[in-house]
Ligand binder design. Structure first.
Ligand code: FPP
Length: 247
């Protein structure tokens, strides 16, 4: 039995004391499809549908920030057909999101370099961000062509350029300055990072931001990660003692 299963017994979280920011690695879509004799793309479609449910629930319970890993800088190595299917699902999701944003007041953001996406998808990303700039609901950050190392390299290059042009003083570099050069600028670090599907690694996700995040691992595959599973993860998080290096 995996070590992490012990703490999942308690399912009811305290909704008056939610973590501010939850991040999720939406893993296990391929295995979910394989178990059912379906193509991997069907697993991603089920994963996208589950993301909709979880994001709606997050909004309903009053979570402030939800960040999901939708496509990494390494995911381009997958078969073209699979990459295309994920991009189609994103397009479908964004088109629906645009329709519902006014009602939901969900704030949409993207972490990652969007330039390799199709102009159509980039436009949709820009449009959802633009529309929701002033919304005050849950902020959903979708990591797209995102990698934690890539993010840090980009931050270093941008900071160096600003030093060269006199905008920054190299002597004044602090942790806060580094944070301000990341895609997540202005977003508090995740309190809780959830990885379903039984994999016990971080896979280049929010490397800088996760310094003091609590991790929650479960064997459940992402398309099966229901809102009840999210409740369990939050309840487990609420039992942890966070010391941030203190005592
Ligand atoms: C990891 O599972 C999942 C992905 C790389 C893609 C995630 C994409 C979606 C859920 C759909 C689009 C997203 C949104 C936000 C609408 P895997 O394929 O590595 O699963 P496996 O490890 O079982 O093969």
């Amino acid at each position: 039995m995996a070590l992490f299963q012990k703490e999942t017994a308690q399912a009811e979280p305290d909704f008056s004391n939610l973590p501010q920011h939850i991040a999720i690695i939406m893993d296990g879509n391929g295995r979910w499809a394989k178990q059912r004799g379906l193509p991997r793309t069907a697993g991603h479609a089920a994963g996208a549908e589950n993301f909709r449910k979880v994001a709606t629930y997050a909004k309903e319970i009053g979570l402030q920030y939800l960040t999901v890993y939708a496509f990494s800088t390494e995911n381009w190595k997958r078969p073209q057909e699979e990459v295309n299917a994920i991009m189609r699902l994103l397009k479908k999701y964004l088109l629906e999101a645009i329709d519902q944003m006014e009602r939901d007041r969900v704030k949409m953001h993207f972490f990652g370099d969007l330039t390799p996406l199709t102009p159509e998808l980039r436009k949709l990303c820009d449009r959802t961000q633009e529309i929701s700039t002033h919304y005050d609901g849950c902020q959903v950050n979708i990591c797209l062509n995102y990698g934690g190392r890539d993010e840090l390299v980009r931050a270093m290059k941008a900071w160096y350029a600003d030093c060269q042009s006199g905008l920054r003083d190299p002597e004044a570099l602090t942790e806060q300055v580094v944070s301000d050069y990341l895609f997540s600028k202005g977003v508090p670090d995740p309190d809780l990072i959830i990885r379903p599907s039984g994999e016990l690694r971080t896979s280049n996700f929010l490397l800088w931001q996760s310094a003091y995040s609590e991790y929650y691992f479960t064997d459940v595959l992402w398309p099966d990660f229901s809102t009840a599973e999210l409740d369990k993860a939050i309840a487990a998080f609420q039992k942890r003692s966070r010391r941030f290096g203190g005592v």
